[in-house]
Design a protein around this ligand. Structure first.
Ligand code: IPE
Ligand code: IPE
Ligand code: MG
Length: 253
């Protein structure tokens, strides 16, 4: 990996980028290939984007790899995705580890095979002390479920008598969700042309800058990532304030 060039000011870069990697099937169809052939091509794009983020010293990259709704796809496609998931981890985890990347998974892993679950635990353990990029893979993830589990846990505490309803605030709800220990996404990217969130990080995206591109995921690379970041850098994040207030704050007056 090349060291990051010091000429570029990265202080305003997003700390956390979350991506819905969409368009694998259409990429394959455009090439008159079976749609499942788009997924291995998508893995290549994942490698390029992970390398880009590590090099640019992005803190967190969250990738939506498989949604809780994707089980509705044809059985053969789901099976191919599971195989690809396993083989990619077998091939790539050591390399991620060598590059100081910490790997984490969010979503309900109990529906995956025992072998896959074991590999997920092992690779999280292997990389847990790494201090570079945190790579979060959302696998069998759905935001509604994530929020439902958080609510169940809160309700349990109320039932046990260790919590009263008046103490339930936004911080407590947020703390029960996946990746609550990580900064919220600054930049959300969805490839493939659809402009929807598809049950991804609904709570965490409240003030995230959204970037949609018609580029299909297997065509994504460092240059298209840079375009998304450059677009992000033009946005004014107001968090409810006026533009004038934001400008004063940024000048420190
Ligand atoms: C995204 O690409 C990959 C997964 C959902 C696993 P798609 O497979 O959804 O590609 P399109 O949207 O059908 O082109
Ligand atoms: C979203 O893509 C999920 C992933 C990229 C893993 P989909 O292709 O499944 O989303 P919809 O069905 O078009 O909303
Ligand atoms: Mg899709």
């Amino acid at each position: 990996m090349q060291p990051a060039s010091s000429a570029i000011d990265r202080s305003q870069y997003p700390k956390h980028i979350a991506i819905i990697m969409d368009g694998n099937g259409r990429w394959a169809k455009k090439r008159h290939l079976p749609r499942v052939m788009g997924h291995p091509a998508g893995v290549k794009a994942v490698k390029r984007v992970v390398e880009f983020c590590a090099q640019e010293e992005i803190q967190v990259l969250t990738l939506f790899a498989f949604s809780s709704e994707n089980w509705r796809r044809p059985k053969e496609e789901v099976a191919k995705l599971m195989d690809l998931f396993m083989s990619t981890m077998q091939k790539e985890v050591n390399r991620l580890d060598k590059n100081n990347i910490r790997l984490r998974f969010i979503g309900d892993r109990t529906e995956f095979s025992d072998k896959l679950q074991q590999k997920m635990v092992d690779s999280e353990r292997q990389t847990e002390n790494n201090t570079g990029l945190t790579l979060v893979i959302a696998a069998n993830y759905g935001s509604h479920r994530d929020m439902t589990l958080a609510v169940q846990n809160i309700a349990r505490k109320v039932q046990e008598g260790t919590l009263v309803p008046d103490d339930i605030d936004e911080t407590l709800i947020a703390s029960g969700l996946s990746i609550s220990d990580l900064p919220e996404p600054d930049l959300f990217i969805r490839t493939g042309g659809e402009q929807r969130i598809s049950n991804f990080l609904l709570w965490q995206l409240a003030y995230t800058e959204l970037y949609f591109t018609s580029k299909l995921w297997p065509d994504f690379n460092a240059a298209t990532m840079q375009e998304a970041i450059d677009d992000f850098l033009t946005r004014e994040r107001r968090f409810g304030r006026t533009s004038e207030q934001v400008q004063k704050l940024s000048k420190g007056t």
